[in-house]
Design a protein around this ligand. Sequence first.
Ligand SMILES: Cc1cc2nc3c(=O)[nH]c(=O)nc-3n(C[C@H](O)[C@H](O)[C@H](O)COP(=O)(O)OP(=O)(O)OC[C@H]3O[C@@H](n4cnc5c(N)ncnc54)[C@H](O)[C@@H]3O)c2cc1C
Length: 505
Amino acid sequence: MNRDAFTTTLWQDGFNIRIPEKETGNVPFDVIIVGAGITGITTGLLLQRAGKKCLILEAHTVCFGTSSATTAHLNTVLDNTYPGLIKKFGANNALLIAQGAKEAIHLIKAHIRHYQIDCDFEEKTGYLYAQNKKEDAELETLLEGMLTVGIEAAPSLTTPVPVPFTTAIRFPEQAQFHPLKYLFALIHQFLAAGGTIREATMVQQVAEKENVREVFTTTGVYRATDIVYATHIPPGVNLLHFRCAPYRSYVLGIRLKDNSYPDALVYDIEDPYHYFRTARYQGTPLLIIGGCDHKTGHEVNTEQVFRELEAYAASYFNIGSVPYRWSSQYYEPADGLPYIGLLPGNDDHLYVATGYSGNGMIFGTLAGRILSDLITGVDNPYADLLAPSRIKPVAGFTNFIKENADVVKHFIGDRLSVETLEVLAALAPGEGKVVKYDGQSIAAYKDPQGKIFTLDPVCPHAGCLVQWNNAERSWDCPCHGSRFDVTGAVLSGPAQKALEQLGGS
Ligand SMILES: Cc1cc2nc3c(=O)[nH]c(=O)nc-3n(C[C@H](O)[C@H](O)[C@H](O)COP(=O)(O)OP(=O)(O)OC[C@H]3O[C@@H](n4cnc5c(N)ncnc54)[C@H](O)[C@@H]3O)c2cc1C
């Protein structure tokens, strides 16, 4: 099974599921859902079950995006902390979000029970720990925030990982699962309920015609009343691209020499943070350790990040082997909450769900609930708070400026400081770099056989310069997170067009 990267995740290995081809006919669908990750699949199933005729269009193969690269923690304690959310949105709204996270886990559990899904779902206790005085104070504030929004939590004198700590807290009722076992079971139910999935179909444009939306794709035109962009970040250039910043996050799957696998979900509170869980691998446990996040396109040597993460793990655990290592992308919202609902600036039949931070299993599931309620006309308690149209001049304003200052730097600054042609010749096999030749910037990649692929490095989405990601062998856009393979083809949006090929050796 493929994904939008070079490395293979624990979940993908051994998964090879064919989606049956089905005639789509000429009759419009009720809803077209663009993207087959946890958001698209959950939304599709809920809508199909509510009597809507649904088509899911996927640019590559199902679960090609981040949903196959997640670490699949199911948390009610979110990356954007409750004290922060209380400050920006008020205690009642923070409480609502905590309820939404609980409801998402409840919905996943209900699916597992109802459809009898075997997906390694297990309830776990979560732990957060501090490692110095400053973090002790931070942890105390985090605990207060959790209690304010009704999350059960208490101080703990121990943690289940051999990392030194000063103070710790524990919070029950978290969970973990195997994301692909879960999602493929939902796909099966979606198809069994009469839904249609079309893979290898990239959506390029949506236009309204006589109250029907025409969806122009690489395999033809499809029609529907309502459209959902479940693409992790919406395609095209939209206000949301200036409110969501792309980040990459790194994961190792480690076999230990001893048996010190944590039976819990554990996190430090460093920035960037580290986290731990245990998964099943060929019938035996595997330590999953993640972290070292950075803004997409801002790390010159992404291979080095894996090495740093492994060195970090080795300083606390007795490593036997590292059968898996992968990285993937998530989107950080400017004000700390995801954007789920009508896409701003469009007609009222075009929906979106994005800006999940590292909690997309939760928010992707909650988005399924919210979007299916919005489309079927059912009141939803979270819809107003998470509506993309929300205007929060104070909340998120500082972040908004910070992220955009960075975007501006990449729009203008990058063009002034590129390498010379000599670098092209000096490229090592498997290496990529943006170089300058005859006044023109070129994204150059040399494959292991020495063949050079050259591309125009200007991202067709909004004109930023792409950066080489050596671990995943992709060109990543630092502005909005579009990613391209070495031939220029789109791996992940929002770009809908490939990088222009300039030729090769
Ligand atoms: C390393 C890492 C670890 C994480 N761990 C956790 C965790 O423990 N718990 C948690 O809750 N969250 C976690 N997350 C976040 C979570 O995995 C993601 O937020 C979630 O998977 C996003 O799901 P999605 O369905 O919205 O997007 P995706 O899974 O990315 O799916 C989007 C799909 O849309 C398709 N697509 C895009 N553009 C088009 C187009 N124009 N036409 C057709 N198709 C298109 C793509 O090919 C893709 O298949 C993690 C993220 C990372 C990076």
